[in-house]
Design a protein. Structure first.
Length: 260
């Protein structure tokens, strides 16, 4: 094999630097970036400097780097983010006013969900999600909705696992996940109780786009203690239906059923 062809390109190395940042490593100095990427310090120094000049990274007076606002500006232009968030925000606001709990909007990316927006109050139950963050789809209400309406190949990949466990209630069995997805399609909503944290329960519904396919999912996350999730279903459905209407979905029958 050609040694040079096996080396990552400059673009791959630069993207690797950006990928090294995470919620646990949101601020790093040059040595830490070098260790996390496996790049020589000199190479990391050159590439971080270029990324900082463009605005993808920001460097403070102590030599610590953080993700720059320029990346947020670019990411906000993503087709599945910009128009969807703008259409969803009024209805998310209504759902928050009705519940005063966490309201979330997410899309599917492979077997993960990516959260595009979240509204939360001081008294809302604690959640681990964040805007721009991702989570395994099988363990979340929005993820179950999105998987239930994904193409069959992706569903089979999810069922085949492995399915990461977060609590004793997390779905970790492929057969159970398959049954759950069928129930979501039958009822039109997903109820995920204690799968990520035992204290939290989510109720989620699908958001439909102009071509009548599911493009996102909307949820409310509430305390699981003494909670009747059915009391939140009408409000979540109404909010998701409002977003779907704003996106131009041609068919707003609720609930939608599927034989899949």
């Amino acid at each position: 094999m050609d040694t040079w062809s096996a080396r990552p390109s400059v673009t791959e190395r630069a993207l690797g630097i950006l990928a090294a940042f995470s919620p646990e490593h949101a601020a790093m100095n040059l040595s830490q970036i070098s260790r996390r990427t496996g790049l020589p310090v000199a190479t990391a120094h050159r590439l971080t400097g270029e990324l900082a000049r463009w605005g993808a990274l920001e460097r403070d007076e102590h030599g610590v780097y953080r993700i720059g606002l320029r990346l947020w500006e670019v990411a906000a232009l993503a087709p599945r983010g910009l128009g969807l968030r703008e259409s969803a925000m009024p209805f998310m606001g209504d759902l928050y006013e009705a519940t005063h709990q966490n309201v979330q909007l997410a899309v599917l990316d492979g077997l993960d969900v990516v959260y595009l927006e979240r509204i939360a109050g001081r008294g809302a139950v604690n959640v681990l999600t964040r805007v721009g963050g991702r989570f395994p789809a099988h363990a979340t209400g929005v993820g179950l909705v999105l998987l239930a309406h994904a193409d069959r190949e992706l569903q089979e990949r999810a069922v085949a696992g492995p399915l990461r466990r977060f609590t004793e209630k997390t779905i970790t069995c492929g057969a159970e996940l398959r049954r759950t997805l069928a129930e979501v399609r039958r009822t039109g909503v997903a109820i995920s109780d204690g799968q990520v944290e035992l204290i939290a329960l989510s109720v989620a519904a699908p958001v439909y786009g102009r071509d009548d396919s599911v493009v996102a999912a909307l949820s409310v996350v509430v305390p699981s203690h003494d909670c009747n999730p059915q009391m939140y279903v009408p409000a979540v459905r109404a909010a998701a239906r409002g977003v779907s209407r704003a996106l131009g979905a041609p068919n707003l029958q609720w609930p939608r059923t599927s034989s899949g």
